[in-house]
Design a protein around this ligand. Structure first.
Ligand SMILES: Cc1cc2nc3c(=O)[nH]c(=O)nc-3n(C[C@H](O)[C@H](O)[C@H](O)COP(=O)(O)O)c2cc1C
Length: 305
């Protein structure tokens, strides 16, 4: 047993350690459970859930890129009702925090999803994905619209007593402005970052490699961007941050905490090594022991500039 206190509090969400698995990269937990011990992690985040099931985009939906991947899954998911009936029974058996990620095409749909799910004890917090297309507001993405992000935060805050975490888009010029709006409207924390818009073309057919033409870039290629966005939020807004983007090993995770993250999520790495979370946990414990750090939370925002 380690002497390091690994527990963290992210805006009222209590985690036994800062390691979370990111939305969309582990399904509903069951897809990865035979390859790692999910109960040793701080928590897991579900694939984005919408009120009704979604099929997502037609294939090809994923392509590998240098140091990363592009995906355009299109929020394929089972919908809230099937999630409760078919996925919660397994998730209940885990000894780690369950965070439900919600996606919607209207503010009302976000609220409705949160209201339905909030009565389930196993769910400890909501992560609101504001980077999906906004059907009702003229095709703009919610994540690019300060007023919309404020309204979604305010309305989902009213729909539950559990922590509300808003997952921010990096495809904006000043991410800290969005974190500020989240704080002003009662959000408990922000997650940063979601994927960066990118594309890839086949030079023989001259066609996009992804049917949707553009996709979201993730993996090691985006780590420097994610670190810069987290640092920008940390230096400008007093709100807990969950750092996400390109984390592959414990050194990356330590770096993410140092620039300001209270906890962090692992995404693309799960496709390469589904046990990465546990390995990163062990690496961080050794690092803290060697540096005589008693509480892992001391790392958060410990940068020297
Ligand atoms: C295949 C795939 C599917 C994803 N699906 C979702 C999703 O449904 N909702 C969401 O908020 N983020 C989704 N993400 C974004 C990740 O949660 C994460 O923010 C992003 O991949 C950056 O982290 P990484 O570089 O560690 O993968 C997805 C990412 C990938 C690679």
């Amino acid at each position: 047993m380690s002497n390091v206190n690994l527990s963290v509090d992210v805006g009222g969400l209590k985690l036994k350690n800062p390691i979370l698995l990111a939305s969309g990269t582990i399904g509903y937990g069951n897809e990865i459970a035979e390859f790692t011990d999910l109960s040793k992690l701080g928590g897991i985040v579900t694939k984005s859930l919408s009120l009704k099931p979604r099929k997502g985009n037609p294939p090809q939906r994923i392509v590998e890129t240098p140091s990363g991947m592009l995906n355009a899954i299109g929020l394929a998911n089972v919908g809230v009702e099937a999630f409760i009936n078919e996925k919660i029974p397994f998730l209940k058996t885990l000894d780690s925090a369950l965070i439900c990620n919600i996606a919607a095409s209207s503010i009302e749909e976000y609220v409705e999803c949160v209201k339905i799910l909030t009565s389930i004890d196993t769910i400890k917090a909501f992560e609101i994905n504001v980077s999906c297309p906004n059907v009702k507001e003229g095709g703009l993405e919610f994540g690019n619209n300060l007023a919309a992000v404020g309204k979604i935060t305010e309305q989902s805050r009213l729909a539950t007593d559990k922590p509300i975490i808003i997952k921010l888009s990096p495809n904006v010029s000043r991410i800290s402005d969005f974190a500020k709006v989240v704080k002003e409207n009662g959000g408990n924390a922000v997650s940063a970052i979601n994927t960066l818009v990118g594309t890839a073309f086949d030079i023989n057919t001259c066609k996009p490699k992804i049917k949707n033409i553009t996709g979201g870039l993730s993996g090691p290629a985006i780590k420097p961007v994610a670190l810069a966005k987290v640092l920008e939020i940390k230096r400008n807004v007093d709100i807990p941050i969950i750092g996400i983007g390109g984390l592959m090993n414990w050194q990356d995770a330590a770096e993410m905490m140092i620039v300001g993250a209270s906890a962090f999520q692992l995404g693309t790495v799960n496709f390469i090594n589904p046990n990465a979370g546990i390995e990163i946990l062990n690496g961080l414990i050794n690092y803290c022991e060697q540096k005589s750090i008693k509480n892992i939370s001391e790392l958060t925002g410990s940068f020297q500039i």
